[in-house]
Design a protein around this ligand. Structure first.
Ligand code: SF4
Length: 367
């Protein structure tokens, strides 16, 4: 079936479907490029229900690019806490500062200037240009890939460079050039609510008569994907260090390496190739020097915690560290003693906030 002979019909069908079925979401009530940008970045890896609250909080605190540009990174990360993929938040801040300094707070409206900003790739640039500036750039997210692959019957894996190129080109040809922003939102919403990954409602589909996958009985086979990569398995051993002679201070550490949770705070830790016992930890080459110099009490807390990220599975043990007296230990420079009432000032990954939720007494019941 040559769907490109029926683009007018498909556009009209998707636009009519959107008019009736669209969800009323806060970022759909604006064409402000800053708000569109924030919403698209939040929604990249987040469910709409969860994303809506973050969007409202974020744009409430930072209503425009200038206010975001002037913010400190820790405040931005704290607002982002719980959303994951924290590099998105750091990139938002970097890009806001560039827009503030280089473009005098005017949001760039060309492809070339947008894609040079940190964290803005093809998808986000297309969303901003089409929705905020009415320019005909097709967005290609997972929902669009699915709808286009099914409508066109494309059988090339959509997660390859060539597959994505072909999907983008088909999406571009399908696009309503008079209303590119609305069309992009219509096709994404149609994929999210109607042409779903499992059990799409083909019987009541407005574009069924133009759908190659429906005609050939390949709806469940499309889009074609490469086999999933195995997740990376990692083993973390956290030291929960309670400092004696203080008002219940606990040691945090800023994660500075290019890894998950960059610039967030967790505890000093050792990562190894398998889970270790207390005895094995003490012999580990990365066992903190300051622990060796004095006799610290190390007790393994109950349970092994499994924390799933999209491409990594973490197996985590916590070890409570008691130090005989504060003067007996040299605190390394990147260890930060934090009192329970200041704990909220530090952006942390969900794994660590969950640890505190379960161990409220350590926070003086302030979680
Ligand atoms: S007929 Fe089914 S597979 Fe084709 S576009 Fe409609 S819902 Fe999607």
């Amino acid at each position: 079936m040559r769907i490109m002979d029926h683009t007018d019909d498909i556009q009209a069908g998707l636009m009519a479907w959107y008019e009736t079925n669209r969800r009323d979401l806060p970022w759909r009530r604006t064409t402000d490029p800053y708000s569109i940008w924030i919403s698209e970045v939040i929604l990249q890896q987040t469910r709409i229900d969860q994303g809506r609250d973050y969007y409202l909080r974020f744009t409430g605190r930072f209503p425009d690019v200038g206010s975001l540009a002037r913010a400190g990174e820790e405040e931005v990360l704290r607002l982002w806490q719980g959303l994951g993929y924290y590099r998105r938040a750091s990139n938002l801040l970097k890009a806001a500062r560039i827009i503030h300094e280089t473009f005098n707070d005017r949001f760039p409206d060309t492809w070339e200037s947008l894609v040079t900003l940190p964290g803005i790739g093809d998808y986000t640039a297309a969303a901003i240009l089409s929705i905020a500036f009415g320019k005909p750039y097709p967005v290609v997210d997972g929902n669009v890939v699915r709808v286009v692959a099914r409508l066109t019957g494309l059988e090339i894996p959509a997660d390859t460079t060539d597959g994505r190129k072909q999907i983008r080109s088909a999406a571009h040809r399908l696009m309503d050039r008079q209303q590119p922003g609305t069309f992009n939102q219509a096709i994404m919403e149609f994929g999210a609510l109607h042409c779903k990954p499992i059990r799409p409602d083909c019987q009541h589909c407005i574009v069924q008569r133009h759908c190659s996958a429906f005609e050939s009985g390949k709806v469940t086979e499309l889009p074609v994907r490469n086999p999933k990569q195995e997740p990376r398995i990692r083993y973390f051993h956290y030291f929960v260090i309670l400092l004696p002679g203080t008002t219940g201070q606990i040691v945090l550490r800023k994660r500075l390496t290019r890894d998950i949770w960059e610039n967030l705070y967790d505890f000093p830790m050792i990562e190894s190739r398998s889970l270790l016992t207390e005895k094995q930890l003490r012999k580990h080459p990365e066992f903190p020097e300051s622990f060796r110099e004095t006799v610290v009490e190390l007790s393994e807390m109950k349970g092994i915690h499994c924390h799933m990220l999209s491409h990594q599975h973490l197996y985590v043990k916590y070890f409570l560290v008691r130090i005989p007296a504060p003067s007996k230990i040299k605190i390394p420079l990147n260890w930060i003693p934090v009192s329970p009432e200041r704990m909220r000032d530090y952006p942390m990954p969900r794994l660590i906030t969950r640890f505190f939720e379960k161990n409220r007494a350590m926070m003086g019941n302030k979680t």
